[in-house]
Write a protein that binds this ligand. Structure first.
Ligand SMILES: [Ca+2]
Ligand SMILES: [Ca+2]
Ligand SMILES: [Ca+2]
Length: 429
């Protein structure tokens, strides 16, 4: 059964790949992980990737229809019968059937966006006493150091320019490109050795310095160079990924201001259980959903760790380990293979605990780690797959809900909401 499926997947993938080459399309849809390493400059010069391959004169306008297996067809019918017409998951199913490869803004990413009670409008009304359209330090109720962190553009006032935009949680700036290339072990944390290692790799000719023109082109975001996607998923893979909640939860999760659903889960060490409701009251609670095979989640490990170290004394942090997004037997990613992340979707709770432990060790995360039950009880209820962030206030209400991961997973947006939440309702008072 499994063998048949994978053969079929291979075949449909091949058809798609052939089509992609034919039209020379720069498909950069659901970029699970930007290129870990750029080709050495010499190679890039020898084989310019920006120019599409010469194509046959007949360029088809649409991909050939992908024939779904009977199993996938059945999954589609099952989902169509059970999903509400206006649900996020139905939106994603329709997008997949129309050929989406889950790019930003497609399917459920259109509606499952970041929700925060601390919008610019809300904080302006609360703090801008002199109504000049900006919040000065004297108008702000919180600590000076908190103000400084909120003032992202460092102009000594808070305005809407300090609010994170809807930028993807998979940034494609030159700075991000530097990070991805230098983070050699892919654990989302850039060390001194890795930084020096990048210099050494770039300085292969031994000049002991790099010139502007040697560095600059290496950090171009891949879409600017017309990089072609080499691991686009087939419709079949996406449908199965949706049905199995690997690409995301079928539910939408609690909305802003709703009561946070309670749960009890075991820690990865298995020594104790944690019940959410027992954590609520004294301090805000941060929930971090994630999994090991989600490359963008791994890239965020340093951000998560910084957030935890910065606020662990003022907020409760709980990380919840959920279903694998890119297991070997699902939407397998070449970028995972490159990193030696090769995981079969756990079938038992113990198997999931083992992968969660591996994730914790590899990413060196200090955040308390809980493991979701194998039926995905918490990940489904919170729409936490493949990754997501929540902030719960001291009354147990949702104060912030990130968009769906990977694009919506933005620790900086959560940090901002947390700082405003702490200023509005200081802990211990
Ligand atoms: Ca003001
Ligand atoms: Ca500012
Ligand atoms: Ca690293």
């Amino acid at each position: 059964m499994r063998l048949n499926n994978s053969l079929l997947v291979d075949r449909t993938w091949l058809i798609f790949a052939l089509w992609a080459v034919l039209v020379g399309a720069a498909v950069l849809a659901f970029a699970d992980e930007p290129p870990a390493r750029e080709a050495p400059l010499a190679d890039a010069a020898a084989q310019p990737t920006a120019a599409p391959q010469p194509v046959a004169s007949a360029t088809p306008e649409a991909p050939p229809e992908q024939e779904l297996s009977a199993e996938a067809q059945q999954l589609v019918e099952g989902l169509q019968a059970t999903l509400a017409a206006d649900s996020e998951a139905r939106q994603m199913l329709d997008a997949i059937l129309q050929g989406s490869q889950l790019g930003p803004g497609e399917g459920w990413f259109k509606t499952a966006v970041c929700q925060s009670r601390h919008t610019w409008d809300a904080v302006r009304q609360r703090y801008d006493a002199n109504q000049d359209g900006a919040i000065q330090p004297a108008e702000f109720a919180g600590a000076e150091s908190d103000f400084a962190r909120l003032d992202r553009n460092c102009d000594q006032t808070l305005t809407d320019a300090d609010f994170p935009t809807a930028d993807s949680g998979i940034p494609r700036t030159p700075g991000a490109m530097l990070f991805y290339q230098a983070d050699a072990d892919g654990n989302g944390k850039l060390t001194r050795d890795e930084f020096v290692g990048l210099f050494d790799r770039w300085n292969a000719n031994g000049a002991e310095f790099l010139s502007l023109d040697e560095v600059s082109p290496r950090l171009n975001p891949p879409d600017a160079r017309g990089r072609k996607r080499d691991d686009g998923p087939s419709q079949e893979v996406l449908i199965r990924g949706l049905a199995q909640q690997e690409i995301g939860s079928l539910q939408s999760g609690p909305a802003l201001e709703e009561a946070a659903p309670d749960f009890t889960l075991s820690t990865v060490e298995g020594q104790e259980t944690v019940t959410l409701s027992q954590k609520i009251g004294r301090r805000p609670v941060v929930l971090i959903f994630g999994n090991f095979t989600c490359g963008p989640f791994r890239n965020q490990a340093g951000n998560i760790e910084q957030l935890y170290r910065r606020y662990r004394d003022r907020a409760e942090f709980l990380m919840i380990y959920v279903r694998e997004a890119h297991p070997r037997d699902g939407w397998r990613m070449e970028s995972n293979d490159r990193r030696g992340v090769d995981i079969v979707q756990p079938a038992t709770y113990d198997e999931r605990v083992a992968v969660a432990g591996q994730c914790q060790e590899r990413l060196a995360l200090e955040t308390p780690l809980l493991v979701d039950t194998i039926d995905d009880a918490v990940g489904a209820r919170y729409s936490g797959m493949p990754s997501r962030l929540y902030l719960i206030d001291r009354e147990g209400r949702i104060a912030f809900k990130s968009g769906r991961g990977p694009f919506g997973f933005q620790p900086a947006a959560l940090e901002q909401a947390l700082l405003f939440e702490l200023a509005a309702s200081p802990t211990g008072k």
